[in-house]
Ligand binder design. Structure first.
Ligand code: RRO
Length: 310
C-alpha cells in the first residue's frame, strides 16, 4: 500500500505533511539549504526583523529530558537578507515560507509588503515571540491582534498566516477565532513555545538560561497536549478556509497522527529537528505512513479532524 501524505496550505501543494518550524536551524543560507535537501515538505525561515539581530546573551538554549527551554531573542539576518535569498531558496525546488516578526505594526507592514512582492509561497507573521525583554506577545493582546491583522492582510494577494501563542482558556480561543474571521487569514500556525517558563538547577541554585532572569519558552514533549488542544479548538471554531499548521512536541509519526486527528492540515517540527537533525523529517514521515497504513488510512483527508468522541 502506498500512503499519500501530500497536503496543501492556502493552495500551495506540499509533498508531505511535515516541515520544519520557524525556530531552530533555519537562520542561515547553509541551514536553509540543508532543510531544502531533507524530507521537509517546505523551507520555513527563522522569524526575521527589520535589522539583523544577534539575539539574547548565552546560554540561551538548553536541552531538557522531554524537550527544551530557550530564549533565543530573534537572532536573524534581517529581512532584506531573506528577501535576497528567495530566488536561490525557490531554486531548491520546495515551497518557501517566510516568517516575519516585527516589533510594531509598522515593522510588519514593511516586511510583509516586501515579501508580497517576492516569490515566496506563504508568509507567516509571528504574533507570539515570548523572548524579547519589554515586548509583550501580540497574540495575548486581542486589540493589537485585531489592528495588526487589519494592516497586514491588506498588502497583497499572497496568502498570509499567523503564528499564535498557546491559549489556555476557552474564552480566549473564541475571542481570537472571532478576530481571525474578520480578515482573509489563510492559515494559523499553533502553537509557539509556552513563554516565560522557568527551569532551575538546584545544585547551582541558578536558572539554566541567562536571558530574562531565566524565563524562556518551553518546547518539546511537555507542550504537545497544549498544542493538540489549540489545534482542536481552532479547528472547531474556524471555517475550513482557514487552514491549521500544528506545532508542539512532534517527534514521532504517532505524534503527527494525533495532530492530524485534531485537525491539522500540516505540522512543523522544532525541538526534534534541533536535537536529531534533518533526518527527523524522513523518519517521522515513514512512521506516520506506517501508522496510517496499520489503520487503513490511505491519505491525509481520511483522518484529518476525525477525532472520535469518547
Ligand atoms: O527567537 C526566539 O527567541 C523565539 C521566537 Br522569535 C519565537 O517565536 N518563539 C520562541 O520560542 N523563541
Amino acid at each position: 500500500m502506498n500512503i499519500d501524505l501530500s497536503t496543501q496550505i492556502a493552495g500551495i501543494p506540499l509533498e508531505s505533511y511535515l516541515m520544519n518550524a520557524s525556530g531552530p536551524k533555519c537562520t542561515t543560507w547553509d541551514e536553509l539549504q540543508t532543510i531544502a535537501q531533507s524530507a521537509s515538505a517546505a523551507v520555513v525561515t527563522k522569524s526575521c526583523t527589520i535589522k539583523p539581530r544577534e539575539g539574547n546573551p548565552e546560554p540561551r538554549y538548553q536541552d531538557l529530558p522531554l524537550g527544551s527551554i530557550q530564549s533565543m531573542g530573534l537572532p536573524n539576518l534581517g529581512y532584506k537578507a531573506y528577501l535576497e535569498m528567495v530566488p536561490q531558496l525557490k531554486a531548491l525546488g520546495k515551497p518557501v515560507i517566510v516568517s516575519v516578526s516585527g516589533f510594531s505594526v509598522e515593522d510588519n507592514i514593511e516586511m510583509v509588503s516586501a515579501f508580497q512582492n517576492s516569490d515566496v509561497d506563504l508568509i507567516e507573521v509571528n504574533f507570539s515571540c515570548p523572548n524579547i525583554p519589554g515586548k509583550a506577545q501580540v497574540a495575548y493582546d486581542f486589540e493589537q491582534t485585531d489592528k495588526a491583522l487589519a494592516a497586514i492582510t491588506a498588502l497583497g494577494n499572497k496568502p498570509i498566516g499567523i503564528k499564535l501563542a498557546p491559549y489556555f482558556d476557552m474564552s480566549h480561543f473564541i475571542a481570537v477565532a472571532n478576530i481571525i474571521k474578520k480578515y482573509p487569514v489563510k492559515f494559523i500556525t499553533c502553537i509557539n513555545s509556552i513563554g516565560n517558563t522557568l527551569v532551575i538547577d538546584p545544585y547551582t541554585e541558578q536558572p539554566i538560561i541567562k536571558p530574562k532572569g531565566g524565563f524562556g519558552g518551553l518546547c518539546g514533549d511537555y507542550i504537545k497536549p497544549i498544542g493538540l488542544a489549540n489545534v482542536r479548538a481552532f479547528r472547531e471554531l474556524l471555517d475550513d478556509d482557514v487552514q491549521i499548521i500544528g506545532v508542539g512536541g512532534i517527534k514521532t509519526g504517532i505524534d503527527a497522527f494525533e495532530y492530524l486527528l485534531a485537525g491539522a492540515d500540516a505540522v512543523q517540527i522544532a525541538t526534534c529537528f534541533e536535537k536529531e537533525g534533518e533526518s527527523c523529517f524522513e523518519r517521522i514521515e515513514t512512521e506516520l505512513a506506517e501508522f496510517m497504513q496499520s489503520k487503513n488510512y490511505l491519505k491525509i483527508a481520511d483522518a484529518k479532524g476525525k477525532l472520535k468522541p469518547l
